[in-house]
Design a protein around this ligand. Structure first.
Ligand code: ADP
Ligand code: CIR
Length: 362
């Protein structure tokens, strides 16, 4: 597309977003002003990526019901378009009053032993999971990754997994080699990701599908790496019970092995860089699949409690899915401004509080 085409698309996208009186809650709509559109619509990040504001905001321009509405097309997008990204990042992660130049502290995994089994009697929690996102330094993010780069990223991750040890030993499967039925089954077991999120589709996430996509996992499927989903890597640890401590320990050890061979994009201001601004900082989402039947009867109270505890409720199949059979996915909402340990601990404390509230109703 020529610069003139980009300009026209940006102006039209912004107009359609701001003309819509029914959907007004996206952070893109809240912070993008006509002045910023004017200032940014013709500038780009460095060659050869050349990402425009439009490449970042197209999803929010088309999906007015977005909660955020913007992705970074490459690491530089956060700096080149900082006047739109920065307020969105601060708002999402509740950092509005933070005047510091550094929004994310250094990585700190803390004392892993303080993270525990949250439901030893297996009454409420079905499974626990922690994931972090990583992107390999020197590559754009999914909106601008070329077909060749999708393959290069996959190759680098595959090579990095070859030295895995102990319970992290597994095998890498490229998506092109997995038949549709097996894929479906893997998605259901939460081992594999699927193609289909409308917000990501518009942002360009599924270009060249299934090239470069795949999953590394151990036989028990308790340690996994998703390759070229929304970020280059999603490093995941899971357990079919409430043992968050076990999950945390395995995640940290698996990551440290990968760090021996891969260098990940990190910014002094925002911490580890991810395509979606909601994942910046630690990039960490710790979740449990949990049933709280009594508390769930009063949805308003449950949502209020979750908000107060800085927790997010998602559906059984992940973001933008429905709650099936009463199984909710409850996780930390914030990822930036706290250490890894603080966020896992906040999820632990929040789940303990919710289980206590459930037990008070029994
Ligand atoms: P992400 O966690 O990467 O932000 P999603 O919300 O789409 O993205 O979730 C990814 C997958 O992980 C989905 O299949 C979801 O059901 C699964 N998942 C999330 N939390 C848990 C959990 N505690 N136990 C098992 N599976 C989980
Ligand atoms: C949106 O803007 O709604 C999507 N791009 C998803 C944003 C990430 N979701 C979230 O709340 N963590």
């Amino acid at each position: 597309k020529s610069p003139e085409e980009y300009q026209a698309l940006t102006l039209a996208g912004y107009k359609s977003l701001t003309d819509d009186e029914e959907h007004v809650s996206s952070l893109l709509r809240k912070y993008l002003t006509p002045e910023l559109v004017e200032e940014y619509m013709l500038i780009t990040t460095s060659a050869p990526v050349d990402a425009y504001l439009y490449d970042c905001a197209v999803s929010g321009f088309e999906h007015h019901d977005s909660s955020v509405g913007i992705y970074a097309a490459d690491p530089e997008s956060y700096d080149v378009f900082s006047k739109i990204f920065d307020p969105i990042i601060k708002d999402y992660h509740s950092q509005q009053d933070n005047e510091s130049d550094v929004l994310q502290k250094d990585t700190d995994w803390g004392n892993v032993d303080e993270i525990e089994n949250l439901d030893p009697e297996r009454k409420y929690i079905i499974s626990a999971r922690i994931r972090i996102a990583r992107n390999i330094e020197g590559f754009p993010f999914f909106p601008k990754l070329t077909e060749k780069q999708f393959i290069e990223v996959e190759e680098k991750v595959r090579a990095a997994t070859e030295t895995m040890d102990g319970e992290h030993i597994g095998s890498y499967l490229t998506l092109g080699d997995i038949d549709a039925e097996t894929q479906q089954e893997m998605v259901k077991r939460h081992i594999m990701f699927h193609r289909g999120d409308a917000y990501l589709t518009t942002a360009g996430c599924y270009r060249f599908w299934p090239t470069g996509r795949g999953v590394y996992h151990n036989p028990a499927a308790t340690f996994l790496i998703w390759v070229n989903e929304e970020d280059h890597l999603r490093i995941i640890s899971m357990a079919p019970c409430g043992d968050l401590g076990d999950v945390y320990n395995r995640l940290v050890n698996g990551l440290q092995e990968l760090e021996k061979t891969l260098t990940f994009a990190r910014s002094p201001r925002y911490g580890f860089l991810s395509a979606c601004p909601t994942n910046l900082g630690t990039t960490l989402r710790a979740s449990v699949h949990i049933r709280l039947p009594l508390l769930s009867k009063d949805n308003e109270r449950l949502v209020a409690l979750a908000d107060e505890l800085q927790l997010q409720i998602r559906g059984t199949g992940g973001e933008h899915t429905a709650i099936e059979d009463g199984v909710m996915d409850i996780s930390n909402r914030r990822r930036l401004g706290f250490t890894e340990f603080e966020l896992v601990k906040s999820l632990q404390d929040g789940i303990v509080a919710l289980i206590n509230a459930e037990e008070e109703l029994e």
